[in-house]
Design a protein around this ligand. Structure first.
Ligand SMILES: *Cc1c(COP(=O)(O)O)cnc(C)c1O
Length: 418
């Protein structure tokens, strides 16, 4: 088999390349079609508005939504903030000035510990400002169930936010189940669907979702553009805007629209609708081969997260008895993510892996490999060989691995402390 071009990109959960068809659709809107869609009196404005309308229809079609329910933003981080903070401020029980003393008086919010920071941090800020927030712990499979959410519900719950699919381990939550529960209780339901939309079929009606965040650059569109779905009936969701100004996007998000980006997102949505099924099927076969080869040829490895409630193109594998940084170094021809997050001072183990019970050592020696539309058979074959060889070589140097092979139970060894 041919050697693929190196390095191999297996980090599509971090960002995807723009599909060439997306770039082609965008180009005229930088130059001859440069108008501001807010210019209502001339052809330049009308051209831009028409392009934005088409993109809105395409995004709506991808979600099973009405085009009036699509708000364009700068990406999922902004969509999450507009949704979570905007809903909390709109539906709070006791506005800050009128709130009785003590925390939590403004209302209750349910989320969980393995959300993206773009959900966790807005929730934490609201907590500081007097909202009560429940951070549910997933099980060891990484899943948040409707039952967990039900058990956390209170009479003053105003908002629930649970991601559709997790960005580190790819596990898929029961969004329709949680949506039905939130409807029953009259709780606004937001989902960060950044990793889900464009890869898996989405129907906001069937799922009972009120607010949904998505981002173009996770689905073969450009960076810096995304959307928020805001339900308009049953119920009509209102949000307190975070940015005031020209009143664009029905007042939810003021500011001149990023027309080129929006055109790109629309094109990416159209392509995804066509192609997600065949892409998904092909990548699932490649992912299955990658996982089964790596785990059968190497002992002391584990695939993290639920065995099958997972996105088809992503895998997160922990390798025992290797050191995380050495593993990344040995695999530098494979562009992927590790189970470590760089904070200002040090390498921290991933909080997601920690939350599902993966120990610190094992978290550091984990790889997240996320496949995409351009991933080839040859790339996956190369990746399998590379990882297997690297792990075997690193283990040859590991005294712990020797002890493990000799049958010594390492958890019972008394280490000398210096
Ligand atoms: C990438 C990602 C985000 C952030 O999206 P941006 O568009 O880069 O702001 C939020 N949530 C999840 C789950 C993501 O994967």
């Amino acid at each position: 088999m041919d050697t693929p071009r190196l390095p191999i990109y297996l980090d599509h959960a971090a960002t995807t390349p723009c599909d060439p068809r997306v770039v082609e659709a965008m180009l005229p809107y930088f130059t001859e079609r440069f108008g501001n869609p807010g210019s209502r009196n001339h052809q330049f404005g009308w051209n831009a508005e028409e392009a934005v309308d088409l993109a809105r229809e395409r995004v709506a079609a991808l979600l099973g939504a009405n085009e009036k329910e699509v708000i364009f933003t700068s990406g999922s981080t902004e969509s999450n903030n507009i949704a979570i903070r905007g809903a909390a401020l709109m539906y709070e029980k006791a506005p800050m000035n009128a709130a009785p003393s003590g925390a939590g008086g403004r209302g209750h919010i349910i989320t969980n510990t393995i959300e993206h920071k773009a959900v966790l941090d807005p929730c934490k800020r609201l907590q500081k400002e007097g909202f009560d927030v429940t951070f549910l712990d997933p099980g060891s499979d990484g899943i948040i169930t409707a039952e967990m959410v039900r058990a956390a519900m209170r009479p003053d719950t105003i908002l629930c936010t649970v991601m559709w699919a997790n960005n580190e381990i790819g596990v898929i939550n029961d969004i329709p189940g949680i949506g039905a529960l939130c409807k029953e209780r009259g709780v606004i339901f937001h989902t960060d669907a950044t990793q889900w939309v464009g890869k898996m079929p989405t129907d906001v009606e069937a799922a009972g979702v009120d607010l949904l965040s998505l981002s173009a650059h996770k689905m073969y569109g450009p960076k810096g553009v995304g959307a928020l779905y805001v339900r308009r009936r049953k119920p009509r969701v209102r949000l307190t805007p975070l940015v005031d100004g020209g009143g664009q996007e029905r007042g939810f998000r003021s500011g001149t629209l990023n027309v080129t980006g929006i055109v790109g997102l629309g094109k990416a949505a159209e392509i995804a609708r066509d192609q997600m099924e065949s892409d998904g099927r092909r990548l699932l076969a490649l992912r299955t081969r990658l996982e089964s080869q790596v785990t059968s040829r190497l002992d002391s490895t584990q695939v993290n997260g639920h065995p099958h409630k997972r996105l088809p193109h992503l895998t997160n594998i922990s390798f025992g008895f290797v050191e995380g940084e050495s593993l990344m170094m040995a695999c530098k021809e494979i562009a992927c993510s590790s189970g470590s997050a760089c904070t200002s001072a040090s390498l921290e183990p991933s909080y997601v892996l920690k939350s599902i019970g993966v120990g610190d050592e094992l978290a550091h020696s984990s790889l997240r490999l996320s496949l995409g539309r351009g991933t080839t058979d040859a790339e996956i074959e190369f990746t399998i060989e590379k990882i297997v060889t690297a792990v075997k070589k690193l283990r040859e140097l590991s005294p712990l691995y020797d002890m493990h092979k000799e049958g010594i139970d390492l958890s019972k060894v008394e280490w000398a402390h210096h």
